[in-house]
Structures are given as C-alpha cells and as structure tokens.
Design a protein around this ligand. Sequence first.
Ligand code: FAD
Ligand code: EPU
Length: 335
Amino acid sequence: MISENQNLKPFNTFSISVNARHFSTFASVEELQSALSQFPSEELLILGGGSNVLFTQDFNGLVLRNEIKGFEVVEETADHVIVKAGAGEVWHEFVLHCINLGFAGLENLSLIPGSVGASPMQNIGAYGVEIKDVFHSLDAYHIETGEIHSFDAKSCEFGYRESVFKRKFKGQYVIISVEFKLSKNPAINTSYGAIESELTKMGISNPTIKDISNAVIAIRSSKLPNPKEIGNAGSFFKNPVVDQAVVDAILVNHPDAPNYPAEPGKRKLAAGWLIEQAGWKGKTLDNYGVHKLQALVLVNYGGATGQQIWDLSGAIIASIEEKFGVTLEREVNIL
Ligand code: FAD
Ligand code: EPU
C-alpha cells in the first residue's frame, strides 16, 4: 500500500524528520513494478536500512523500501559455497547466518548496519575486508526497461566505497539479490591490528570465524555510536587518498599521522585523525555534532535537521582544507 506524506524518521539511522510525498515497501519484483507503474514520472528513491543517507529536505517523489527476503545456497563444492540473499535481508543477520553455517568470508564485516542489497552500492568494507573480496554476482532490475540484468564483480567496478551503481548507473537499477562466494576452509583475516589485540584481550589464540565476528563486534561497539541511541550514518567522510607528497608534508609536523598504502604513488590518510587534529572531535552544536569517540562520525542527538548536519560537514571540510590542504569527500548519500 502506498502512503502519502510519510515521515521518514523511522527509516533513516540519522533520525532526520522529513516527509516523502509517496512511500511504500516492496517484497518482490512484482510489487516493485506495481509501485513504479503508479507514479512513473516521480523522482524515485530506493531505500534499504537508511543507514547511509542524509535527508536535507522533504523528498518530493516516491520512496520504496526494499524488503525482498530470501537465502539460498546455489552452489556447493568441497571447499566453497555460493550463497544468494534477497536484497532486503538485514546485512548483519545474513552475516551471522553464514557464520553459523560455517561459511567464511563475511565475518570481518559483522555489525555493519543496513541491507544486503545496499552492500555493493559502496562496496562496504571494514577491518581489512571489502565485499568485493567475496562478491560473486548480483541481479538488478533495470528501471527503464523492466529487465533483470546480472552483474559480475568486474562489471560492478568496485573501488574504495565505490561501484558503478554510485557512478554511471546511478539511479538506474534496483538491486534485488546478491551472491557471495564463501569458503568452507576459512583463511582467517586478522591483518587489521585492532582484531589481533581484541582477540588477545579475549584470550583467544586460535580464532574461529565466530571469534573474529565477536572481536569485530566488540571493537565496533566500543567506538561507533548505536543508531538506535544516537542518530548517525557511520563514517560521514571517506578516508582521503592523496599523493605521497601530501602525506610527507603532514608527517613533518605530525610524525604519528596514520596513513596506509593505496594505489601506486598514493597513500590513504585517516579522516578521523585529521578531523580530531582540527579540534572537532566531540564538538556539540545544539543537538548535533561530531562523535566524541570517533571524529569521522557526525551525530544527531535528537531533533537536528539534515541541513544542520550538512552545514557542519561543510565547515569540517573547509577547516581540514585550511589546516592540511586535504579535501574530504562525503561518503554518505545526500538527499
Ligand atoms: P541505504 O542507506 O538505505 O541506501 C544507501 C544508498 O544505496 C542509497 O543511495 C540508496 O538509494 C541505495 N540503495 C539501497 N538499497 C538499494 C537497492 N536494493 N538497489 C539500489 N539502490 C539501493 N559502511 C561501510 O562500508 N563500512 C562500515 O564499517 C560501516 N559502518 C557503519 C556504522 C554505522 C553505525 C552506520 C550507521 C553505518 C555504517 N556504514 C558502514 C554505512 C552503511 O551501513 C552501509 O553503507 C550500508 O551498506 C547501507 O545499507 P542500507 O541498506 O542502510 O542503505
Ligand atoms: N582516528 C583518530 N581519531 C578519531 C578516529 C580515528 O585519530 O577520532 C585514527 C585511529 O586512531 C586510527 C585511524 O584513525 O589510527 C583509523 O581509525 P579506525 O580504525 O577507527 O577506522 P576509520 O578509518 O576511522 C574506517 C571505515 C569504517 C570502518 C573502519 C574499520 C571509512 C570512511 N571508514 O574508519 O567504515 O568500519 O575503518 O575498518 O573508510 C563507514 O564506512 O561508515 C565506516 C564506519
């Protein structure tokens, strides 16, 4: 059923109160087609868990929330499986289900909010793994023709928080299911330092994939705000990838500045560190601000508008440009 002037506060983790002109959920391709056919000329927004969006104004169009469910093992050999999940499945529940079945590869991506269908949009990543590492393929509904198109990893053009769906195919497809190739003989990935130290704290020397998942959950819970308590959309900015020379210049005065390998000639800087150095960490303006434990996360303590969060992000960008000569790019989808 399509509702009119639906408040979207319960449907975005920033808890921003805006209205959608029309709103519905869909649990199948048929329901999607039916909703689309009623408002063919309206602007369209597909929503999953709403955990990577910032609404700066009312949405004067049709918002459709994906609730396509389903889980299936589509291929199994002695050492791997290919699992297929409906795009409307909750990501973390899907990850836990795979872990319980002994299928490895997603454990480092535990506790990321949102839906399975949004995971390829920005090639979600955490703790040394991105979905491109385990992605097999996806099916997507082409809005203009009504055809279902399949994409393999190459055609998704995954990058750091990037895919073809954020770039040249932006707004053209609705992802309806995603397949992942997972391992039955896990190669545990503890390359991200914090995982090793968390496992040591837990007294575990020979971790299972469940242990890795628990360690990741513990680390994340210790510094990222729970959107059920404080409105946020995770990292608001990407970690900037810059020329080696830019890093070298920062290291002169800040020899401890965190930086990581990126493509040849480039390094990735930690945006959270830059923002903290510029004095923003924990800053509160009225009822919103910069999280006190993770400066990369902007927060709504209740009742803030998207415009206020947007303006704050602009002030942070200007300040980092001035202090470090580095331009931060917003990671969150702005609407
Ligand atoms: P939404 O916010 O609903 O949508 C995001 C974008 O994808 C929108 O443009 C939307 O139109 C589009 N979209 C959604 N579903 C579909 C679909 N089926 N078909 C086509 N387009 C679609 N991200 C990380 O990568 N790593 C992290 O570690 C991480 N940590 C987070 C921690 C917190 C506390 C929070 C709140 C967010 C975090 N995020 C992280 C960001 C977020 O969880 C991911 O981007 C997630 O994939 C968003 O899923 P969603 O279903 O909520 O997407
Ligand atoms: N740091 C600070 N101050 C801060 C925050 C971070 O100095 O306030 C420093 C840390 O001490 C560390 C470095 O920055 O040296 C990196 O911090 P952290 O490990 O917390 O990760 P991040 O780079 O801030 C990225 C992702 C997260 C992901 C984590 C773990 C981006 C934009 N963010 O954060 O993803 O969960 O790594 O892998 O790449 C998201 O995309 O929404 C998200 C939460």
